[in-house]
Design a protein around this ligand. Structure first.
Ligand code: SF4
Ligand code: MG
Length: 324
C-alpha cells in the first residue's frame, strides 16, 4: 500500500502556567495516496493539535516527547524551516472551520488569491489573476468575476469556504487537511462542500485528512478513519467496517449503541463524563472513567491496538491486548 503520511507513536506535552498537559499519547495512523482519511472525535481529543503538527506548526510550548510524522520520506518534525516552507501550503495545505475569519478582512478576494498563487508558483500578477479565476470555476463558485472583486465580509460562509478551498488546491497539494471545514455551515451548504471536497480529491488525485466530530460526515466521505479519544487513536480501519460493527466502547458511545448482542438497538443517552483533564490524565486506558465495561487492567495498562475484524483495529482490553 502506498502511504503518503505516517504519524508514528506521536507523544506530545504542552507546558502551561497550570502545569504540563499530556495531550497526545502515542498517536498512530497512516494516510494512503488518493484516499480520504477521517479523524473523528469530540472537541479536545487532540485532533486539531495533530493536524497543526502535520503542517509543521509546532507551538512554542509544545514538547515532542516521542514519535515522528513522515511525509514523503521526511520527518516533518525534524526538517529545517526552509524545507518546511517548501511543503507547507504547497504539498500539504489546510482549510479550517471558520473560512471568513481565515481570510484577511481588508483585502479583496482577488488580492488574497493572487498573493497566494504568486507566492506558491512564482508567476506574475496577470497569470495569477487568470489562475484565480480558473480556480474559482473549479470549485464551482457562482459568479467568480464578482467574487474576485468582493471583500470577505460580502461572502456567505459557503462562498468563503470555496475561496479557501480554491487557494488550498492552487498548488496541487498531495495532502489537503480539512479541519471541521463544514461545522460552521448550514446543512445544505455542508453537503455541497463535502461533495466538492470529494470531487476535487478524485479530480486531483490528492489525499485528504478530514477532521470532524461528526460520524455522519465521515460515513459519507471517508474511506478509512481513526477514532480519537483523549490524545490516542482508539479505533482504526475501514469506515464501513468500523461503523457497521463498532467494537470499541468509545465508538459505540459515539454511535449511541452498546456492544452486547442482547442490548442491541437500545441507545445510550450519551457518553457520561467528559474528556479528561490533560494535566493528570487517567492511567491505563484514558477512557476508563467513562467506560461501562472498564476492568481492573484498564486502570493500569494502556491497551495496544488489536485486530478485531477485516480492516478494523481497536485499542481495548475487551478484545485482548497482546498486540498484533
Ligand atoms: Fe473500556 Fe477497558 Fe476497553 Fe478502555 S480498555 S475502552 S476502559 S474496556
Ligand atoms: Mg478543533
Amino acid at each position: 500500500e502506498d502511504v503518503i503520511l505516517s504519524v508514528e507513536n506521536l507523544t506530545v506535552d504542552f507546558y502551561t502556567y497550570e502545569g504540563v498537559l499530556h495531550v497526545l499519547d502515542d498517536v498512530n495512523f497512516q494516510i494512503r495516496r488518493g484516499e480520504i482519511f477521517g479523524v473523528v472525535g469530540e472537541s479536545g481529543c487532540g485532533k486539531s493539535v495533530t493536524s497543526r503538527l502535520i503542517m509543521g506548526l509546532v507551538a512554542s510550548n509544545a514538547h515532542i516527547k516521542a514519535g515522528k510524522i513522515m511525509f514523503n520520506g521526511k520527518n516533518i518534525l525534524k526538517i529545517s524551516e526552509e524545507e518546511l516552507n517548501k511543503i507547507r501550503g504547497k504539498e500539504i495545505s489546510m482549510i479550517f472551520q471558520n473560512p471568513i475569519g481565515s481570510l484577511n478582512p481588508v483585502f479583496k478576494v482577488k488580492d488574497q488569491m493572487i498573493n497566494v498563487i504568486m507566492n506558491n508558483q512564482g508567476v506574475d500578477k496577470e497569470t495569477a489573476l487568470d489562475k484565480a479565476f480558473k480556480l474559482l470555476k473549479i470549485v464551482n463558485m457562482p459568479d467568480p468575476e464578482r467574487v474576485l472583486e468582493s471583500y470577505p465580509f460580502e461572502l456567505s460562509g459557503g462562498m468563503a469556504q470555496r475561496v479557501m478551498i480554491a487557494m488550498a488546491i492552487s498548488s496541487k497539494p498531495k495532502l489537503l487537511i480539512a479541519d471541521e471545514p463544514t461545522t460552521a455551515l448550514d446543512v445544505t451548504i455542508q453537503a455541497q462542500i463535502l461533495k466538492l471536497i470529494k470531487e476535487l480529491q478524485e479530480k486531483l488525485g490528492m489525499s485528504v485528512l478530514f477532521i470532524t466530530h461528526d460520524l455522519g460526515v465521515v460515513a459519507q466521505l471517508c474511506d478509512r478513519i481513526g477514532v480519537m479519544y483523549a490524545g490516542s487513536v482508539v479505533a482504526y480501519g475501514s469506515t464501513y467496517n468500523i461503523l457497521k460493527d463498532p467494537k470499541h466502547p468509545y465508538t459505540l458511545g459515539l454511535m449511541g449503541a452498546i456492544p452486547r448482542p442482547e442490548h442491541k438497538g437500545k441507545p445510550l443517552p450519551s457518553i457520561k463524563g467528559s474528556v479528561p483533564n490533560y494535566l493528570d490524565p487517567p492511567p491505563g486506558c484514558r477512557f476508563h472513567p467513562r467506560c461501562q465495561y472498564a476492568m481492573e487492567i484498564c486502570k493500569k495498562e494502556k491497551p495496544k491496538m488489536v485486530k478485531v475484524g477485516g480492516n478494523h483495529h481497536v485499542a481495548c482490553w475487551l478484545y485482548g491486548g497482546e498486540g498484533d
